[in-house]
Design a protein around this ligand. Structure first.
Ligand SMILES: O=C(O)COP(=O)(O)O
Ligand SMILES: [Mg+2]
Length: 228
């Protein structure tokens, strides 16, 4: 008798359509029917992965904001606060720059522990200002994130695993970028989609042939029912 392994999935670059944007609808049914916990671990703000779980129809097990916000289904943990990142943003604005999302943006509106900046904005001044505040800037391929170096998805996943009784050795992760490296290190089997950046590729046990959701769907096919 074999079971489905627990899953940890990134959103952008991993559940996205092959052209890179929007959730690929083909992932909905396999995730809904998955016979083990599915953790969504993302750099996006908290409401996004919660809504994704809600609409897919799976329990809400969520690492948001690159580990800054963790939801075990019972408790919410905040592992950083937004104050320093907000101060970086204010200095960045004072230097004549903007987040690049528009004035009433939904990208940062509910973000509680970090700030995201559009990739079309200048990153060097952002990095310099962030360094003055002891923060880092990571590039996920979808946004620059101004964040405390400490929180990461892997630690958030460990918190969820402890609360939900997930065996991380049996867990399979799929991701595409720098913010998935800590996830890959925390689980038994890790896969980088073909569009992944070099850091994710190097950290993964295997680099897939297919991009975005095509890669992830290939993993789901492969690992379904694969653990004793
Ligand atoms: O928020 C981002 O920049 C990327 O989000 P992801 O971690 O789901 O890929
Ligand atoms: Mg990603």
């Amino acid at each position: 008798m074999t079971d489905d392994p627990p899953l940890v999935l990134d959103i952008d670059g991993t559940l996205t359509r092959p052209e890179g944007w929007g959730i690929d609808p083909r992932v909905f049914d396999p995730l809904r029917n998955w016979d083990a916990p599915v953790v969504i671990a993302t750099g996006k703000a908290f409401p996004y992965p919660v809504a994704l779980c809600h609409f897919v129809g799976i329990p809400e097990l969520v690492v948001a904001e690159n580990g800054g916000v963790v939801y075990t289904g019972d408790d919410v943990f905040f592992t950083a606060d937004r104050a320093a990142a907000q101060a970086v943003l204010e200095d960045y604005r004072a230097a004549g720059y903007e987040t690049g999302w528009g004035p009433e943006n939904t990208v940062n509106r509910w973000r509680e522990t970090e700030i995201a900046v559009n990739l079309d904005q200048p990153v060097e001044p952002l990095r310099e200002i962030a360094a003055d505040y002891g923060l880092e800037v990571i590039d996920t391929g979808y946004a620059y994130h101004v964040k405390d170096a400490a929180p990461n998805k892997g630690d958030g996943l460990e918190t969820i695993a402890e609360h939900a009784g997930i065996d991380l050795e049996r867990t399979v992760a799929v991701g595409d970028s720098i913010n998935d490296v800590s996830t890959f290190e925390a689980v038994g089997r890790s896969f980088a989609v073909a569009n992944a950046d070099d850091l994710a590729r190097d950290a993964a046990d295997e680099v897939l042939e297919d991009v975005h959701a095509d890669g992830t769907l290939a993993v789901l096919e492969r690992v379904r029912g694969s653990v004793d």
